[in-house]
Structures are given as structure tokens and as C-alpha cells.
Design a protein around this ligand. Sequence first.
Ligand SMILES: [Zn+2]
Length: 351
Amino acid sequence: MNTSAEHIREQVDPVQYIGQYVPLKRSGAWFTGKCPFHNDRTPSFAVHVAKKRWSCFAACNTGGDVIAFAMKYHAWDFKTTCRELSVWANLDTTAAPSRKAAQDPQTEAFSEPPPMDWQHRAESIIQRAEQVLWSDRGETVLGYLLNERGLHEETIRAARLGFVPAASPEDAMYGRVIYPDWRKDDGKPRRVPCGITIPHFAEGALWGVKVRRLSGSPKYLAIDGSRPTLYGADQVIPGWRVLITEGEFDALIVQQIERTQYVDISGVSLGSASHKHLNRRWWKYLQSAPEVLVRVDNDPAGQTAAAELQSLSRSIKVIQVPTGKDLNDFYLAVGGLKAADWLEAQFSTEV
Ligand SMILES: [Zn+2]
């Protein structure tokens, strides 16, 4: 990245950039809001439109340009900040983009749900899978969700989980069902993995369908054409605390605890540790939360995902369950009430 700091200061509108993280209101030559760097009760934070500088007139008694803001807010170094701001503002650079910068436009391209035709097809697969799950053919799988994942029937229904069984011995061998009348762009028939279907809905659209396979590796696949979302984004209540989990079943347990034990905590999931890059599209759902925690698996992929999230906001804390490998294990071991108490205790803020 070759963009000079001077070029960034000229091109990046600090009101727009800072406004993503700090709600700002116009007040003459300034935009004002609550300072994100200290516990601000009155709006003592201001961005000067013409001067393109921000200041905190209270506890911090400091300020600077948009680069200084981004460095302080994200705890990035200077180089990272310049790169991130260039990508954010689409500042063209002559130098070969860095790997990370090259990934970002792709992430941005996924900020729309899949085409309507895809959504209709996937919706019919989900509906069929739901019917199967609640029929005799789904008995074993339903038992797994209830007894090994700790999900209540209401939780399973609300999340619209389902089951795609093998339709033939060949399907069973390859772990997929072929849909000859639903072709991919390359003309080949689509293959839907056999297993537990986990639809990702957000903002009234179907963004994707994950499938938790009963056997084989990798354990999770998605129906081809799915796009990344923040799973549970629709369930986030503004002003509530948020726990980001690695898997969807963990997030469903948090939502179940919220419903049954009345804790003001929203559960969301990245879908997988590999979707560690939470783009601005979904980040906005977490901005009004007084506190955000993350629980990922204790493995390299999980750690990388946690680090990526912390680069968005350094106030995101990583927690681990005291026993078991994930929240579902822990929930099954101690029960809903104790799990709720433990969850409450992880947050330092009360709602
Ligand atoms: Zn301040």
C-alpha cells in the first residue's frame, strides 16, 4: 500500500468514518457524540467538519485526525491504519495490494443476500428438511439436538433446523443429495450435503444454509451459493450485551438461556472460525452493545478469529467455558440456571 498519510487525511471524511463507531449529531461546525475513549455521560466528543479533526474536551483532553482516531480506536499500528483506511475509502493505489486489502472487496461483494431464485430453492430444501426432522426419519437426529446439544424443541423450531437424509445408497456413500433441476452457474447439478440444516436468515432474507454432517470431514459444509452473515443478527436487541460464539449451536444455547432465564444477552455466531472477518455489514449490529464477549474454540483457528474480532474493537474480551469443550457441553453439565449465572458473571456491565 502506497497511499500516503497525507492523501488519507485529505480523502477520508472523518465524520463518516468515525460515525460508524460513534453516533454523531450535527451541531454547527461540529458533529458531537459520546467519547468512545472514556466513560462519557455527556457528549464531550466532537469532530470538526472543516478541520477534519476530532477532540475529546473532557477526561481524555486529546484529539487528532482520522488516522489518530483509527489507531486509538482499533489499537492498530500506523501502517495497518493507513492500509485499512485506504481500503475503507477505496483509495486507489498503484502498489500491489496487500493480501488483506485484496480480501476486503470480496468480503464487501457479499454484503447482499444471494439472488431470489437461490433463496426460493434453498427455502424449499429447508422446509422439506424441517418436515423430515420432526418425522420418524428424523428421530435420531432430533435426539442428538435435544440430548447432546441441549436445545429445547422450541429453540429447534424457532431456528428452523432440519435434516437432509440420504435418498439413495449412493447418496449415503457420498454424503450428499443431488438436485438435477437446480443447476449451478457452470451447469452442473447442485449437491446438497446430507445432515442437519442450519438456515442463516437476516433482515428478512435467506443468506445461506449450513449443514452439520453426521459423519465425514469437514464436519460443516454449506449449500453452494451461501453467503456469510452474522448468525443471529436479527435477534440482537439494541442496548443488550452480546456474546459472539464460534458455532451456531452455541449461539442457539445463548438465545435459549436468554429466553428461559431472562438474561439481557444476545447470542450471535460467526458461523465458523473461518469467517473470522466480520465485515462492516454485520459489525453495525454490535455497535450499540455495551459489552461484547467472544467464545471460540481453544485451537489456532479459534484464536485467529478472536484476534480478528479484537482488531475491530479492543474492548472485545475472549472467554472460555469452565468445563466441556463448548457452551452446549457446559449447559448440559450444569443446567440452564447455572449456565445463566455463569454467563452473567462474564460481563462486567449490567443492563
Ligand atoms: Zn474522552
